[in-house]
Ligand binder design. Structure first.
Ligand code: NAD
Length: 464
């Protein structure tokens, strides 16, 4: 398998877009049967080629096979199957509740495909972060998928597999970097789903505004874990260490830092030490359960952050640029104004921040960018509810991390700096469908609404 990525030529990008627009207007995807067939094809694409996708992600990210299957391939196949199962229900017109204002009008929301969609993906989960395509197919929308240039093996494989499984009149991969994405963004789309950094998110939002294109921004940030003294520390260490280190820390929903009462920091550190050895043995570099950083530019950025910290490295810290390796690293005694707390680390470093009390932590979270996820670890449901009610985040998770990414019945998305809009399952279908309110007014209805017609006589006024 070659890992040389072939960029799509600029003029081809324009003609792909024009072709998809034509295909959309030709109306083939009005057929629910057609959409279902294409969803089945997508499931086959993933199922038949799991081994090749695992291999390409191993090349791009050094990611272990089991990890790729569990956090990337299996949840997406499951979402496709869910869409196939529920498509007939989703496409049905929705009847709103009764109200006098629409009496006799037979109101109903009819779903219509919005048009041609652009999906721009990041490097860290090339398949999972492309899952908006499931909703696009279900809704009857053609799309262009633009995967990241930083995962050349996987992006090239997707370009190879699409024509073998999916209708090329409707679903296309465009590969490339900034120039190609800029070209895509100059065109008119019915909706753009962008997953990546806030910096590029702003570029996407600006370009979309020119065409009044609605967008969904799936961004990152610093997701905290708020820990109570009354916590199962072993459970915390097992789940949080996994969540921080899976995909070598390159996960948008990964916990970036832990805020813990000062008196409990030692217990937390001891629990991590124990778990660390269970997960990675004596030398994580030799472990087959831990991946690598995607690119040297990201490696440099992460090590730059680590070098500036005033905290104390208690686990890991070793690194090797040639291998793009950074050991799973835990830093304790990190202060709230430490350089590790400034930007999203997006690497295998977990900061432990001791605080005098929980109010200090919640105040800090509220006054900084809205995280994608806030986590609360405690045996006490009141503590967890208190954290939930007193912080604003895209999502909230009690006593665990990340696994809700596999949910197909709840929307996935951020708020504020972590993005806007959300999708998954039916929410994806709804994102790409226009729910058009439709009415029918029979002649008899003017018994109720005939008052509207001039002349506006005093007699009519008296009837109000
Ligand atoms: P990125 O912003 O560097 O790149 C994302 C995409 O934008 C790529 O396809 C890239 O080709 C394109 N791009 C890059 N520069 C561009 C430019 N100047 N103009 C136009 N397009 C450009 O993001 P990344 O480094 O690949 O991904 C990491 C970020 O994504 C992290 O912040 C992470 O938290 C976030 N993320 C969020 C989610 C989520 O669901 N909320 C999921 C995964 C990753």
């Amino acid at each position: 398998m070659s890992s040389t990525l072939v960029y799509t030529p600029s003029e081809e990008i324009t003609s792909i877009h024009a072709h998809l627009v034509e295909s959309f207007h030709a109306g083939k995807a009005q057929s629910i049967e057609y959409r279902r067939e294409q969803l089945v094809q997508l499931a086959y694409l993933l199922q038949d080629n799991t081994a090749r996708l695992v291999e390409s992600l191993m090349k791009d990210l050094g990611r272990p096979e089991l990890e790729t299957y569990l956090v990337e391939i299996a949840p997406v196949i499951s979402e496709v199957l869910h869409a196939i199962k529920y498509l007939d229900t989703w496409v049905k017109p929705e009847k709103p509740g009764f109200h006098l204002s629409t009496i006799g009008l037979s109101p109903a929301l009819h779903k219509q495909p919005k048009g041609v969609i652009l999906i721009i993906g990041p490097f860290n989960y090339p398949i999972w972060c492309s899952s908006a395509m499931i909703g696009a197919i279900a809704a009857g929308c053609p799309f262009v998928l633009k995967p990241s240039e930083l995962t050349p093996a996987t992006s090239q494989l997707l370009a190879e597999l699409f024509p073998k499984y999916l209708d090329q009149d409707f679903y296309r991969v465009v590969n490339g970097a900034i120039d190609e994405t800029t070209r895509l963004l100059s065109l008119e789309w019915a909706h753009i789903v962008y997953t990546g950094s806030g910096r590029v998110g702003r570029i996407v939002a600006t370009a979309a505004a020119k065409h009044l294109t609605p967008i969904t921004l799936e961004l990152g940030g610093k997701s905290p874990v708020v820990v109570d003294s009354n916590t199962d520390f072993e459970l915390l260490a097992q789940r949080v260490l996994w969540g921080r280190m899976v995909n070598a820390g390159q996960t948008c929903t990964a916990p970036e830092y832990i805020v813990v009462p000062e008196s409990a920091q030692t217990k937390v550190v001891e629990a991590f030490k124990k778990q660390y050895k269970i997960f990675y043995g004596d030398d994580p570099k030799k472990s087959e359960s831990f991946g690598r950083i995607c690119a040297h530019s990201h490696w440099d950025r992460i090590i730059g952050c680590l070098e500036k910290t005033q905290g104390r490295i208690v686990l890991g810290g070793q690194h090797d640029r040639a291998e793009k390796y950074i050991a799973p690293t835990i830093v304790q005694d990190v202060s709230l104004d430490d350089p590790l707390m400034t930007d999203e680390i997006f690497g295998p470093i977990l900061a432990i921040v001791p605080v005098p009390n929980i109010s200090v932590a919640l105040e800090y979270i509220r006054r900084h960018d809205c995280p994608l996820v806030v986590h609360a670890f405690s045996k006490d449901p009141k503590f967890r509810a208190y954290v939930r009610e007193n912080t604003l985040s895209g999502m909230f998770f009690e006593n665990d991390v990340i696994v809700y990414g596999a949910s197909v019945v709840t929307p996935f998305g951020g708020v504020g700096a972590s993005g806007y809009g959300a999708y998954k399952g039916k929410y994806s279908y709804d994102l790409f469908s226009h729910a058009k309110p439709c009415y029918n007014s029979p002649k008899w209805r003017d018994i109720i609404s005939g008052l509207r017609f001039p002349p506006y006589t005093p007699a009519k006024l008296n009837r109000l």
